[in-house]
Design a protein around this ligand. Structure first.
Ligand code: SAH
Ligand code: SF4
Ligand code: F3S
Length: 434
């Protein structure tokens, strides 16, 4: 009988993309995917290891699944698989039947067959220098945006980060193969693609760099919006800012992680840029394209960070005025260089205090920036025919990635409408169709 698989995804968009790959690999190999957990014979959790609370959530989920249905087979995919390897299978009190890392998904059908045949725990956590899954077409959810992994792995080794260990070395997909995928997506009705990589500016395939790739994607007939995430501030090319400014279908939005604003901390993080270099880059981006929306990631309480050094991060946040920021407390990851060299010596209390203060500052900036848009006209691509709060409202995004809520009329998903902004909170805008 065909076995039914339920997949739950945690972590970043790369994992969302990978779950789509896994679905495609499994359905091509006589497994079925079910959206209903209770109907599944096999439950796969595609996991994240980037911060500590990510692990704990998964352990709780495994217990919960086994409690609900004792004969479910449970597998751990993703970054926890390569981070903890077979320790996961040996962990006392945790009933996990198989694990597969981010480069091992093509072996899943074989792993599952062996597991079903023998009842023995299975694993494959080898990392590859070559696997890009360019021959697999992900089984995507309907919508207007399609994620496309253009590269895998990371070579940057920021000292706090587990990703280079869980996802292995950097490798890029062939640009022509990516363009073919985009053409196919347009045929299927997708309006937007988001190009994904841990550091997209390191994309390199033969003589093609990231700017060349974005240009090739932008040339695809019918693609209305192109976004990408994330670039690293150390090597952001001017020609890419210019290309984004020239082309209507490349969105005026950049997510560029700052991590910290103090030079000593940035150096200890191995980020390889200084506060001034980051500020200069922002200045350069805005002088070429004043409309460019900027968002960022920040880590607080990195080992030895003093109050004075934290003030440098506040200073950058205030000077740049990001449209939005994801702010995290430093979480020590075993075996990273930071964990081995620098004791996690900033107290939880201090981290909490800093995150509250910085969030307050950023929230005020986000609100101010959204309020400044009241009265303006924005082009919105409709993404959902309801909102979290109401069935009578719809929502979409502006080119700069701001969410706009509109009253429901007869718009369809994928329509582009012009609307006047009549209200703003820090996260969303309210508009009326013109
Ligand atoms: N490759 C991406 C980041 C992937 S991880 C990039 O460099 O843009 C996403 C974010 O998680 C990072 O930008 C960082 O802010 C945060 N992060 C990573 N490791 C962390 C850790 N050990 N503790 C707290 N936050 C962390
Ligand atoms: Fe982690 Fe740094 Fe690579 Fe981003 S660039 S995935 S933060 S090591
Ligand atoms: Fe993504 Fe988490 Fe792995 S952020 S790369 S799923 S550690």
């Amino acid at each position: 009988m065909t076995k039914k698989v339920f997949i739950e995804t945690y972590g970043c968009q790369m994992n969302v993309y990978d779950s789509e790959l896994v679905k495609s690999i499994l359905t091509d190999n006589k497994f079925a995917i079910t959206p209903i957990e209770d109907q599944a014979d096999i439950v796969m959790l595609n996991t994240c290891s980037v911060r500590d609370n990510a692990n704990r959530k998964i352990y709780n989920r495994v217990h919960e699944i086994k409690q609900k249905k004792a004969d479910s087979l449970i597998g751990i995919l993703g970054c926890m698989a390569t981070n903890f390897k077979t320790d996961l299978l040996d962990k006392k009190g945790l009933k996990i039947d198989f694990i597969a890392g981010p480069d091992s998904y093509k072996t899943l059908p074989t792993l599952l067959s062996s597991l079903l045949k023998t009842g023995e725990k299975q694993y494959d956590v080898t990392l590859s220098e070559f696997e890009t899954y360019s021959d697999i077409s992900p089984s995507r959810k309907d919508g207007i945006n399609a994620w496309i992994a253009i590269m895998r792995g990371c070579n940057n080794f920021c000292t706090f980060c587990v990703v280079p260990y869980t996802r292995g070395r950097e490798r890029s997909r062939d640009p022509f193969n990516i363009v073919e995928e985009v053409k196919q997506l347009v045929k299927e009705g997708y309006k937007q693609v988001t190009l994904l990589g841990q550091n997209v500016n390191s994309y390199k395939s033969d003589d093609y760099d990231f700017t060349d790739l974005v240009k090739m994607v932008s040339d695809v007939e019918g693609i209305e919006r192109i976004r990408y995430t994330s670039p690293h501030p150390k090597d952001y090319p001017e020609k890419l800012i210019k290309l984004m400014t020239e082309r209507d279908n490349i969105c005026n939005q950049i997510h560029m992680p700052l991590q910290a604003g103090n030079d000593r901390i940035l150096h200890k993080m191995n980020r390889t840029y200084t506060k001034q270099e980051f500020l200069d880059l922002v200045k350069q981006i805005r002088s070429i394209n004043p409309k460019m929306a900027l968002s960022t990631d920040i880590i607080l309480g990195f080992p030895t960070e003093t109050e004075e050094e934290f003030q440098d991060t506040i200073d950058v946040v205030k000077q740049v005025e990001f449209d939005s920021a994801f702010i995290f407390k430093y979480s020590e990851r075993p075996n990273t260089r930071a964990a081995m060299k620098f004791p996690d010596d900033v107290s939880e209390e201090t981290k909490k205090d800093r995150i509250i203060r910085l969030n307050d500052i950023q929230n005020e900036i986000s609100l101010k920036k959204n309020e400044a848009l009241i009265g303006s006209t924005q082009e919105v691509l409709i993404e959902e025919l309801k909102t979290k709060k109401s069935e009578n409202e719809i929502q979409g995004r502006t080119d700069c990635n701001r969410i706009v809520i509109l009253d429901k009329n007869d718009e369809k998903i994928g329509d582009k409408v012009f609307c006047k902004i009549i209200g703003a909170s820090r996260n969303v805008l309210k508009g009326i169709v013109r």
